[in-house]
Write a protein that binds this ligand. Structure first.
Ligand SMILES: NC(=O)C1=CN([C@@H]2O[C@H](COP(=O)(O)OP(=O)(O)OC[C@H]3O[C@@H](n4cnc5c(N)ncnc54)[C@H](O)[C@@H]3O)[C@@H](O)[C@H]2O)C=CC1
Ligand SMILES: NCC(=O)COP(=O)(O)O
Length: 329
């Protein structure tokens, strides 16, 4: 029998729903081996609040982990700086979150695990604590040696990649450059072939402006940047559609025509994906030298430790990490 895939799960912002989602992941027998990075005291407190059984085994990243039964959890212990109350952000714990991500990233780079899965972090509190932080995507890209990466979110029937990620809307138009677009399309094309076994990927490229610029009357990025890059790569043999008007690019009919869509910015693509598949979607960082998946939601401070957080996306992120890991074996 093949060895089960080994996943390392970071529990994310301690005041959010990440810790309880990892505890709930451990309530069922899973078809993969996993350990969670967290403060064990925090996990014990949240398990008690939710009335869930929890027996922890403290383990190390570079050693074998015991097989867990439901209610048992392998834990890589990292201490909080300050006790965390559910729903209450604490600047002092920003370093705890970053240490968990650093441990996860190094474990993946050192091949101690097959993949890493991240529960949500709060970008704002890390910045409030004085550390410039855009997101996991950018953090792991830097940790891996400043490699170019691409954020892709996927649910049944839709894959959305983002040309730009965590930046103010005001800066987006300037970031849509021919170099960035060409590089991103090549990366997406390659990763769809290699990670998703799609031999000739069909990629839809969205316009930036309403109606894809309306022939230049509502913005010129489509004419000056997007169309020339699309034409150049089409001439090389890539199957690219677009630039498409974003307002109709996600209709059922359109979605049947492509394997992935490249949105120009975060809120052009993600609201559609979350409407179609919230709690059943995964976030995958393409371009990294290791597999990293994540949930489709944030820290949900408003419902932390109330026992109502949906575990679907964390479960799906783990399952997708297993698929990607098996495909790369
Ligand atoms: N992968 C990550 O680390 C991500 C982190 N974030 C961060 O999360 C923080 C909060 O972001 P928001 O925009 O408020 O989004 P959010 O996803 O945390 O919350 C939006 C709404 O969805 C609900 N919700 C979220 N996850 C849920 C779940 N599993 N079950 C049931 N309801 C759920 C929340 O209760 C809230 O009403 C921000 O700092 C953001 O940067 C956001 C997205 C991804
Ligand atoms: N909305 C997706 C998101 O913010 C996830 O970002 P990251 O932390 O995975 O880079």
């Amino acid at each position: 029998m093949a060895t089960p895939v080994r996943l390392l799960v970071s529990s994310g912002e301690p005041a959010g729903i990440g810790p309880e989602l990892t505890i709930r992941l451990a309530q069922q027998r899973q078809p993969f081996s996993f350990a969670v990075i967290a403060d064990p005291v925090l996990l014990q407190q949240r398990a008690a609040m939710l009335n869930l059984p929890l027996q922890m085994h403290l383990v190390a990243v570079d050693e074998p982990w015991p097989t867990s039964s439901p209610g048992q959890l392998n834990v890589i212990a990292v201490p909080l700086a300050k006790t965390s109350a559910a729903g209450m952000l604490e600047n002092a714990n920003a370093d705890y979150v970053l240490r968990m991500l650093t441990i996860a990233g190094h474990a993946a780079l050192n091949h101690n695990v097959d993949a890493i899965v991240t529960a949500p972090v709060h970008k704002g509190v890390i910045n409030e604590a004085g550390v410039a932080f855009q997101g996991h995507t950018e953090f792991f890209a830097e940790l891996a040696g400043n490699v170019p990466v691409l954020m892709l979110l996927a649910c049944e029937g839709l894959r959305v990649a983002l040309l730009t990620t965590h930046m103010p809307l005001r800066a987006v138009a300037d970031a849509v450059t021919p170099e960035k677009l060409e590089h991103t399309l090549r990366l997406l094309h390659r990763e769809l072939q290699q990670k998703f076994a799609i031999s000739s990927p069909r990629i839809a490229v969205l316009g930036l402006n309403p109606h894809a610029g309306e022939g230049g009357h509502m913005g010129r990025e489509e004419i000056d940047v997007i169309q020339p890059v699309v034409a150049r790569l089409q001439a090389e043999g890539m199957t690219l559609l677009g630039p498409l008007s974003a307002d109709t690019a996600f209709t059922d009919d359109h979605r049947r025509r492509y394997d992935a869509v490249l949105a120009m910015y975060h809120d052009q693509g993600l609201p559609v994906l979350k409407t179609l598949g919230f709690h059943r979607s995964v976030n995958i960082t393409l371009g990294l030298p290791f597999i990293r998946t994540s949930v489709d939601h944030g820290t949900a401070l408003d419902i932390a430790a109330r026992g109502i957080a949906d575990t679907g996306s964390l479960q799906y992120a783990c399952e997708q990490a297993v698929l990607l890991a098996n495909a790369s074996r």
